[in-house]
Design a protein around this ligand. Sequence first.
Ligand code: TYD
Length: 213
Amino acid sequence: MAASGTALGIFITFEGGEGGGKSRQSRILTRHLRRRGIPVLLTHEPGGEPLAARLRRLLKGNSALTPEAELLLFAASRAQLTSRVIRPALAGGRVVVCDRYADSTLAYQGYGRGVDREAIRAANRVAMSGLTPDITVLLDVPEEVGLARKHTDDDRFIREPLPFHQRVRQGYLELSRLEPQRWLVVDALLPEKEVARAVWERVAPLLPRGDRP
Ligand code: TYD
C-alpha cells in the first residue's frame, strides 16, 4: 500500500459498471487536487502506457478472446501500467488517480464472465506487485440507467447482455462489503457535484493539514 496519512504517494482508484461517471469524477478530483498545488497523475485502465494502450485496442475490439485470455491480457496491461507509471509516480510523491484498476477484473472477468476469482486474485497479485489502492470509489448505478447513458456501442463489453452487467454491479457491491475500509460507495444517480463532494470528503483527511478544505 502507498504511504497513507500524507499527501505523498496516495493511490486512488475509481470503479463501477458502465455509465457511472468514473472518467468525469476522476478528472474532477484531479482538478481539485491540482488547484491545491498537490502533484497528481491521472491515468486509466486498460491503457495509460504505450504497450498497455496496444493491449487496450486488442481487449476492446476482439471478441475471439476467451475469458481466460482476456483476464491475462488485462493483467498484463496492469503489470505494465503499475511498474512503468503508477509506482514511479507514487515514489515521486504524487497522488495517483486511476480510472479502473484491479477490481474491474474481479467484477467483469470474475463476477461477469465467471472466471475463478482466486485465479484472478493471483493474477492481480502478480500485476500489482504488492500495491493496493488507499481508496477505491465505487460509482454505483443501476445497469439500465448506466447503459442508457452510453452514446456508443463500439465496445464489446457494452454490448454484453443485461444479466452480465447485473452480475458486474452485484460483484462490485460484494467487493465493497468485503473491504469497507478501502471502498467508498457513492450513488451515481446523485447530481455530479454531490458525487464529487462525497469523494472529496473521503480524500481530504488523507491530505496534510494545510491542503484540507
Ligand atoms: P473503457 O472505454 O475504458 O470503458 P469505461 O469508460 O467503462 O471505463 O473500456 C474498458 C472496458 O473494459 C470496460 O467495459 C470494462 C472492461 N474491463 C474489464 O472487463 N476488465 C478489466 O480489468 C478492466 C480494467 C476493464
